[in-house]
Design a protein around this ligand. Structure first.
Ligand code: SF4
Ligand code: SF3
Length: 546
């Protein structure tokens, strides 16, 4: 195996014997093979679309397959093998549709090679050998590390974006141009491209992901209303309990409906925290607060949680035996041996919660403020702008992104604590847990820490920045705003590409730079965007504030 798609990759270069995340070699090569087959689907889908033939099956398959291969989503090689088989069936069906459209129009169909015609072996051993042969490791020699790194940057951007497309689609929000783009870019990846072509595609992925995040924002706010500033409890209360982790709002809503009146308290975890600010979700009185922090603390936190656990999207870690029988996955998340919930039927989760002890007493009350997405912040924009003009607000910091287990991430806690009192901190995604329970106070009634939401709410943060730039009649790069981002998995990659597409400069990225970016690729990013690694909180603050 060889995998270097996330920040915690072994030795900062690549996991080559076993994933630091817990991914075994078979699962790793099956993920690579799934991505390979997905490209084959898109090879035909892109051509069929040119002739007016659209296959919903192909569109949805590509999105789900990419999402499945994001870090910490699916650790079950059997599921992956089934998906590869489905992919080949979907590929052949869209190929047939393309052939008949060509025939109808009297056209000669394109002759394709590679993933478009990959012959799937029938026996298990040959299947695994093929997966090894077609894995990333093979491409590091030919076409080489620079090209492969840029191809993977595009692929990882697409993976992250696919997760947002999936969430929006579940709520009934879709855009055909988005599906078309996924096919175009995957088809592009099967060609021999120059560094310049690849780099142009990197920015196109960022551009399209802006549309995708907008779509998901419409899905979430259109279905559940705009997040409102909300004080939420972060300590448990007495009673039976279910904790829900991940990003999928629909899963939470369905669980809330099914647990109503059952005497079970529902807690959010990880990236679910922002859902406590949505009117359509916080109206459920048994949605009582947030439990725990970011994903990497789950083994300790779930072990201590006296109820059932539901993982809705990524960031599952190897479950400990102590909670193996009360953790459940849903959607695309899978761990071998963990019960998977289909079609929003949560009866097994409810049963497990009722069988567990629940919290035997209330913990001391502790609350934090959340819910500062674009609508809430822009409704007080006049006050914010005036505070900047009066010199009461000196600078804005966007400190957020993914959290992770590797050492060095206390940088973000130290930084947030050292940011001077006349500065505002915007935050989002699970990286916020490094500091979101600390007291930051306010500036003339404006809280100094504004939690914008989930990682996909980077869309909201961008809207806020654009509105500020409009008010000050300058570009986003000229605002007193600095972005200090933490990354871990591929959703952070796609958000970074969107920021680069917008031309945002001077982004600080940590705790380490992506292993898949070779010095040559980094040089381009530094030249064009002055992107830089985080150093120390002291030095970075000095460089920013002078
Ligand atoms: Fe390693 Fe990250 Fe890949 Fe897991 S996802 S195998 S930790 S690089
Ligand atoms: Fe976190 Fe997994 Fe990335 Fe949505 S929940 S940001 S790491």
């Amino acid at each position: 195996m060889f995998c270097y798609q996330c920040e915690q990759t072994a030795k900062g270069t690549g996991c080559d014997t076993f994933g630091v995340c817990g991914k075994d070699p078979k699962t790793a090569v099956m993920q690579d093979l799934l991505v390979y087959v997905t490209k084959g689907v898109s090879n035909w889908a892109v051509r069929a679309r040119k002739l007016g033939v659209v296959s919903r099956e192909a569109d949805i398959f590509v999105i789900e397959a990419l999402f499945t291969t994001i870090t910490n989503v699916n650790f079950d090689s059997d599921t992956l093998i089934n998906l590869i088989r489905t992919g080949v069936r979907v590929r052949d069906s869209i190929r047939d549709l393309y052939f008949s459209a060509c025939k109808d129009k009297g056209l000669e169909p394109d002759e394709l090679s590679g993933p478009a015609v990959w012959p799937m072996p029938t026996d298990e051993e040959a299947f695994e050998n093929e997966a090894v042969k077609l894995s990333i490791a093979d491409r590091l020699d030919d076409p080489g590390k620079d090209i492969t790194g840029l191809e993977e940057l595009i692929t990882y951007g697409l993976k992250g974006s696919a997760s947002y497309v999936d969430h929006a689609q579940i709520l009934g929000f879709e855009d055909d141009d988005v599906y078309a783009f996924f096919h175009e870019s995957l088809d592009f990846l099967t060609r021999k491209n120059t560094v310049e072509d690849l780099f142009a595609m990197v920015l196109k992925v960022g551009e399209k992901n802006l549309r995708v995040m907008e779509l998901l924002d419409s899905a979430n706010t259109g279905t559940y209303g705009h997040p409102e500033p909300t004080e939420v409890r972060v300590t448990p209360i007495k009673g039976k309990a279910i904790v829900v982790s991940g990003h999928d709002l629909k899963d939470l809503e369905e669980l809330l409906k099914q647990t109503e009146g059952k005497g079970i308290n529902i807690y959010t975890h990880g990236e679910m925290l922002p859902t406590l600010a949505y009117p359509g979700l916080k109206k459920y009185s048994h949605l009582v607060g947030n439990y725990g922090g970011a994903w990497q603390d789950q083994q300790k936190e779930f072990d201590a949680f006296p109820g059932a656990i539901l993982m809705t999207t990524n960031c599952i870690q190897k479950p400990k035996n102590s909670y193996m029988d009360r953790i459940f996955t849903t959607g695309l998340v899978q761990w071998p041996g963990v019960a998977h919930i289909d079609d929003h039927d949560y009866s097994a989760v409810i049963e497990a919660a009722l069988a567990a002890d629940g919290f035997i007493e209330d913990a001391p009350e502790k609350k934090i403020m959340i819910g500062f997405a674009r609508n809430a912040v822009l409704s007080v924009a006049d006050k914010v702008i005036q505070a900047v003009k009066d010199g009461d607000i000196r600078h804005f910091f966007l400190v957020g992104g993914c959290d992770g287990a590797k050492s060095g991430r206390n940088y973000y806690t130290d930084l947030a604590m050292q940011i001077p009192d006349d500065c505002i901190i915007l935050t989002l995604a699970c990286g916020k847990y490094r500091f979101n329970k600390l007291p930051f106070g306010d500036i003339g009634g404006i809280p100094r820490l504004l939690d914008v939401g989930q990682c996909n709410d980077a869309h909201s943060a961008i809207q806020i920045a654009v509105a500020l730039a409009g008010a000050f009649e300058c570009g986003v790069n000229d605002l007193p705003l600095s972005m200090i981002l933490s990354w871990y998995e591929q959703k952070a990659v796609t958000i970074l590409l969107s920021l680069l597409y917008l031309g945002i400069k001077d982004i600080r990225l940590g705790p380490t730079l992506p292993a898949f970016l070779t010095p040559a690729a980094l040089e381009i990013l530094v030249d064009k965007f002055n992107i830089m690694p985080t150093t120390t909180p002291e030095d970075d603050l000095k460089a920013i504030l002078g």
